[in-house]
Design a protein around this ligand. Structure first.
Ligand code: GLU
Length: 600
């Protein structure tokens, strides 16, 4: 969840670490810190707050030295305090460690270490790591580079749970060590420097050559007079990992004049969708063939990606194929998996803990697996049989927008390919998906109207309703809204409303109705739901292709029902955005959230 970075090279580490932390801040952001070896001293600067503030207050850039580690925290163990911020150190304050993940056996390890005299300064699980290394190092008579590396490896062997770790030691300023198990860690390579990061944005300003590390990997980067030695080992055996050129452009990690990344990412959807309309053609065909050949199909996902999966359920049902959209965190409890099952994970980051866990479970039962992913080289892309990239580019705002519509675009293409395999005429859909970028532009052009409607929302409670394939839109609309406005919102089918929730409707509970196109069989039914709400004194905001009397209307293009979820999405994204801005929320970094959820 947090972001980690490590650097070894010839330049001022604190500057590179700070830049990387700013890039990574979207992953988690309750506190941050750096640790740098500066003239044989280990300098730690850390505190609670946003990267820029803490860096300024603590004077990150006052630190010289060419090797260091950095961290933005989204704490799992221990409150948000300076002491719990990373980096963490050993008793002698010689070793500094940053960590993403959860050390599940930290209690036992901590107890043992305390018995041996170690003094802990924080409540985190992470702090056991530097103490464990210190303890392992005591077992060697001679303290040299070789033995230190052995001590680190021995300490890592004792850890259980999930971790990406980056480690430095003031006595060995020529070494940067990284390790990963179920938390992402990528090695960045430049001629005269090396980086370790939770994702490539951490070092994309400097290089786009990278090696994604795999579970069980330990990398030791050693600076020598005439270059570097880099050794990656897995379970004690040296391994070669594939070097990748990542073609993401760092300018997409800049706001480009927009006040927030979220708005920029909403507005760039027409262009982004032109890419997702073309990318991964072969892989989509391969996945479509598997959907045809396998008996039982699951899409496993979390959050926004699960709503994309819900759209897939309705699409494939149109072609008579049952696919199940499943909350990945529940998949181990209810998934029925065998060799004839295909399990497709949808995950923006490719690192979503619950989705990876579901995919691993599926694999262990002999199922075929696929992944629909945005981040190249991420764990999901490496661990599944078929990877489909969505091509949305870097998404910085925590709240997913363009990656949702790009996922939908890929699912439409999958649906079309599957239909073709059945011998159906899918040309109608093919023509329509070509028009999606223009339809979306039409919705984006309504942004001033949407802003006015958003600013006119006065209550603290909202229900989003729809029917049919747009049930996913109601769920996603409510998620966007609550995520960044911090106002209560629930998404449900218009049918479900009557089974309890309608009792809440009054002047303090507004309803956002996502009205399906007129060609939909559920069009008139949602109109009845709107009437039911109005009859109880509830205000209605309608995202609709036709004017609804008595509602505040956000008019969207009239399209075929199947593609309406992608066309309607920018309308509810903008509604949430403008309301959050009006309330003064931290739109790009909503409280308590992180971009990729890499912990359970
Ligand atoms: N478990 C560590 C902590 O609570 C790291 C959490 C994270 O991955 O952000 O500090």
């Amino acid at each position: 969840m947090c972001g980690i970075i490590g650097y070894i090279g010839k330049d001022k580490a604190s500057k590179i670490l700070l830049n990387g932390l700013k890039r990574l801040e979207y992953r988690g952001y309750d506190s941050c810190g750096i640790g740098v070896v500066d003239n044989d001293k280990l300098i730690i600067k850390k505190n609670v707050g946003k990267v820029e503030e803490v860096a300024e207050r603590e004077g990150f850039l006052d630190v010289d030295g060419c090797v260091g580690v950095g961290h933005t925290r989204w704490g799992t163990h221990g409150f948000i305090t300076k002491e719990n911020s990373h980096p963490h150190t050993d008793c002698k304050e010689e070793i500094a460690v940053v960590h993403n993940g959860i050390i599940s056996n930290y209690k036992e390890l901590k107890e043992e270490l305390i018995k041996k005299g170690h003094k802990f300064k924080s409540e985190t699980d992470t702090e056991v790591v530097p103490h464990l290394i210190e303890e392992e190092l005591k077992k060697f008579e001679e303290i040299n580079e070789e033995n230190y590396i052995k001590a680190v490896k021995n300490a890592i062997k004792k850890l259980k749970g999930t971790y990406a770790l980056v480690i430095i030691n003031k006595n060995f300023p020529n070494l940067l060590i990284g390790a990963r198990n179920e938390s992402p860690l990528i090695l960045g390579i430049k001629d005269d420097s090396y980086f370790l990061g939770s994702d490539i944005t951490a070092f994309l300003d400097y290089t786009n050559t990278a090696i994604p590390l795999e579970d069980g990997d330990i990398v030791v980067i050693k600076k020598k007079d005439n270059g570097y030695d880099v050794v990656i080992e897995n379970n004690g055996t040296p391994v070669k990992r594939e070097v990748m050129e990542i073609n993401w452009d760092i300018s997409s990690a800049e706001k480009m004049g927009y006040p927030h990344f979220m708005l920029k990412e909403i507005m760039e959807q027409p262009e982004v969708l032109k890419v997702s309309a073309k990318i991964s053609a072969e892989e989509i065909k391969e996945l479509a063939k598997c959907i045809k050949d396998y008996d039982r199909i699951y899409f496993v996902a979390m959050g926004t990606s699960l709503h994309a999966a819900m759209v897939a359920e309705y699409l494939f049902a149109k072609l008579g194929k049952l696919v199940i959209a499943c909350d990945a965190s529940e998949f181990l409890n209810k998934g029925v998996v065998d060799k004839k099952t295909l399990v497709i994970g949808i995950t923006q980051s490719g690192e979503t803990y619950d989705t990876l866990k579901a995919l691993r479970f599926a694999k262990s039962k002999g199922a075929k697996t696929g992944a629909i992913v945005n981040v190249l080289g991420s764990t999901a892309t490496r661990e599944t049989d078929i990877t489909v990239m969505i091509g949305a580019g870097i998404e910085i705002a925590v709240c997913a927008t363009k990656t949702y519509t790009s996922q939908l675009m890929i699912l439409y293409r999958l649906f079309i390919e599957y239909g073709k395999l059945l011998g159906r005429d899918m040309s109608r859909y093919e023509k329509e998906i070509d028009k999606i970028p223009n339809y979306i532009k039409e919705v984006l052009d309504k942004k001033e109207t949407i802003k006015k409607i958003a600013n006119n929302l006065k209550v603290n409670n909202y229900i989003f309703i729809s029917k049919g394939i747009n049930l996913a839109s109601a769920m996603e609309g409510a998620l966007k809204f609550k995520e960044i406005t911090y106002l209560h919102a629930e998404g449900m089918s218009g049918g479900m409303l009557k089974h309890g929730t309608i009792s809440l409707i009054d002047e303090n509970m507004d309803t956002v109705a996502i009205v399906p196109p007129r060609n939909s069989s559920v069009f008139s039914s949602i109109l009845s739901n709107i009437e039911e709400v109005r009859a109880r004194g509830g205000k209605v905001i309608a995202i609709t292709p036709v004017e609804i009397e008595g509602a505040e209307n956000i008019l969207v293009p009239e399209v075929i029902e199947e593609i309406s979820p992608i066309v309607y999405a920018p309308a509810f994204q903008l509604l949430a955005y403008y309301k959050a801005v009006e309330l003064g929320r931290d739109v790009d970094k909503p409280r308590g959230l992180a971009k990729s959820v890499t912990v359970e």
